[in-house]
Design a protein around this ligand. Structure first.
Ligand code: COA
Ligand code: MG
Length: 297
């Protein structure tokens, strides 16, 4: 699975922010063409992004671009401008329906052919951030093989639901749970919503812990100060790793080797799904370590 602990947003019309991107240790840098760019600046942002795709990834981050949804009539112009070597994925804002995803898949296919990029190179990430987008998260996620991740977008979601967004987020719980389950059902990574109170580090860490228990494996971020905590908190903790190693060793030595598929470890039953879960923790750790090594190397 791709490593997406920190999905960091940079408004696409802000040249000085874009210049900072290579120095930031985000797993993904997303250059934005959507709501952080005012309508009059879209063309300038497309041009800036096109010119800086490679620069944005030069510090080792994977580069995505967030594009405007089809209803805006801007999507085509966005894609024409930004599908070039250096682009790893596009994030479709306000995805509401599997047809939105199919249309994007076809357009990416055409652009990759026209530009001699191997077909299928550009991944799709979906922002599920409307009532319709939340309800259709699973069919949308399975509408194209390119889709590798779903982001829950709480700011637009609360707007669509006509409720006030809070840091505690009780008003988001249904959609936040639903989108994580839809993502996993589709074999995708679930990425949690932006935490807009970017100076509240205690609240951020609490919200990350809550989202992790729902199945989120990374977070959409708006401020550089959120990158380090995300990279740390979405990696398996030292305790998780110690537990996983203990489970694997006990299950293999005391269980499998002795013809059993249920053993006791630290007073709790360990059977096959617990063993598999422990192995997933260790393989996630290995993927993260490989990603970090490649970035540094
Ligand atoms: N990308 C790159 N650099 C950023 C950045 C970003 N998204 N956000 C902040 N920075 C830089 C600032 O330029 C500043 O750099 P400096 O120390 O060299 O001057 C440093 O990080 C600290 O920034 P700070 O002064 O704390 O933030 P701010 O008040 O300038 O900006 C926001 C706050 C929220 C407006 C800004 O972080 C932002 O625009 N975030 C992205 C918003 C976005 O993409 N929204 C759409 C997705 S929800
Ligand atoms: Mg939004």
């Amino acid at each position: 699975m791709p490593v997406m602990r920190s999905v960091f947003y940079v408004p696409g019309n802000n040249e000085s922010f874009i210049e900072k991107a290579p120095s930031l240790p985000a797993d993904i840098i997303t250059l934005d063409l959507e709501d952080s760019v005012p309508p009059a600046e879209k063309e300038k942002a497309r041009e800036l992004i096109r010119k800086n795709l490679k620069l944005a990834g030069s510090g080792g981050s994977t580069v995505y671009v967030r594009i405007n949804n089809w209803e805006t009539l801007m999507t085509n112009d966005d894609l024409e401008a930004i599908v070039h070597p250096g682009l790893s994925g596009v994030c479709l804002a306000k995805c509401g329906h599997p047809d939105d995803v199919k249309r994007l898949d076809w357009k990416l296919d055409e652009l990759e052919r026209r530009r001699n990029i191997p077909v299928g190179t550009v991944a799709i990430q979906l922002l599920c951030e409307t009532a319709k987008g939340a309800i259709n998260a699973y069919p949308s996620a399975t509408a194209s093989k390119r889709v590798n991740s779903l982001i829950f977008g709480a700011v637009d979601y609360t707007k669509d639901m006509r409720v006030k967004i809070t840091s505690e987020g009780d008003e988001q719980l249904y959609a936040r749970f639903h989108i994580a389950v839809a993502a996993r059902a589709a074999g995708c990574i679930a990425i949690d919503c932006p935490y807009v109170a970017f100076q509240d580090t205690v609240g951020f860490e609490k919200s990350v812990a809550q989202g992790r228990q729902m199945g989120y494996e990374g977070r959409m971020l708006i401020h550089p100060s959120q990158i380090e905590p995300s990279n740390r908190l979405y990696a398996p903790s030292a305790d998780d790793v110690e537990w996983a190693r203990g489970v694997v060793k006990t299950f293999e030595e005391e269980g499998l080797a002795k013809g059993k598929a249920a053993v006791s470890y630290k007073g709790k039953m360990v059977d096959t799904p617990v063993y598999d879960n422990a192995r997933t923790i260790l393989s996630t750790l290995a993927e993260i370590e490989a990603f970090d090594k490649k970035r540094k190397g």
